[in-house]
Ligand binder design. Sequence first.
Ligand code: HEM
Length: 329
Amino acid sequence: MKATLDSIFAVAFGIELDSMSGSNEEGKIFSDAFDKASAITTWRYVDIFWKIKRALNIGSEAKLKEYIRTVDVFVYKLIQRKTEQMSKPEADLSRKKEDILSRLLQITGTNPKFLRDIILSFIIAGKDTTATTLSWFIYVICKYPYVQKKIAQEIKESVTEEENATDITNVAANLSEEALEKMHYLHAALTETLRLYPAVPADPKICFSDDTLPDGFSVNKGDTVTYLPYAMGRMKFIWGDDAVEYKPERWLDSDGLFRPKNPFKFTAFQAGPRICLGKEFAYRQMKIFSAVLLRYFVFKLSDDKKTVNYKTMINLHIDGGLHVRVFHR
Ligand code: HEM
């Protein structure tokens, strides 16, 4: 979670949050408050008294208010700092354009509330999604050691001699686009993880107007219709008799090249005009993390017999986290 949060901050806002090592105290406070606020918001689905608590400013809702204040203070400060940076005449224009926030500041001006909402949307969309997918990915490759071995082999073969020879920090910094593109099996293994453990397991929509769905079912304006990537990913009539098996091979052609499927069949990123905007970014980030980790380490579950369950939240988290043992390769 911390690694993906740091990553989204660097790319989207040009900020080294460093919540991973905790060197940035402000960043740590922000990231704690953000996670706690997300958890309380999700609990509103099951806590029937949340509106009363909010009205009386007590319990979880009082805490939520506090966390939101902490998040807001941090984000508004970030916007102010960026705005000041951008307005400096000596600022180099190419550097100004590197992150998404700087680009937005150039196009839309400086309505801080709008920018705050964009920033939080990016964090919500881009933090737990890739983090939970990577956790499930580590889980399945522990369950299927032959897949882990095959990925490690592919990584070794895809990076250049030079990249291979250097230490882990250099490999992480120098992993080239070409190398990542050669990793078809890794791409397939991540996609297969998302088929069985989609980061957004249920995606509700509210009907904009009365309508009739393609199967003839009528819906009314205001109705909620939810599609379930978690269930769809396990349906035999969509994926065949081996639907519940983890098989990266189903995504590869006879030459071992990754072949995407119709997004209306593989719905982890949604489909149509509102398909996930960060899909390519997510794959790149997940491939870099996996490539660096699996190049150097072997993962094993701490307790092979322990059942791993999901936790009911907006994203598909592993209940209690994933406990693994890590060995040098
Ligand atoms: C494994 C990783 C990810 C998965 C499975 C995923 C999945 C999804 C899904 C299902 C939606 C549709 C939500 C809805 O409208 O109901 C969505 C939207 C979106 N995602 Fe992702 N996402 C991932 C990573 C990311 C990342 C890393 C970013 C940002 C860098 C991102 C940015 C967005 C944005 C901005 C939208 C809204 C698009 C729109 O409404 O037009 N996502 N994502």
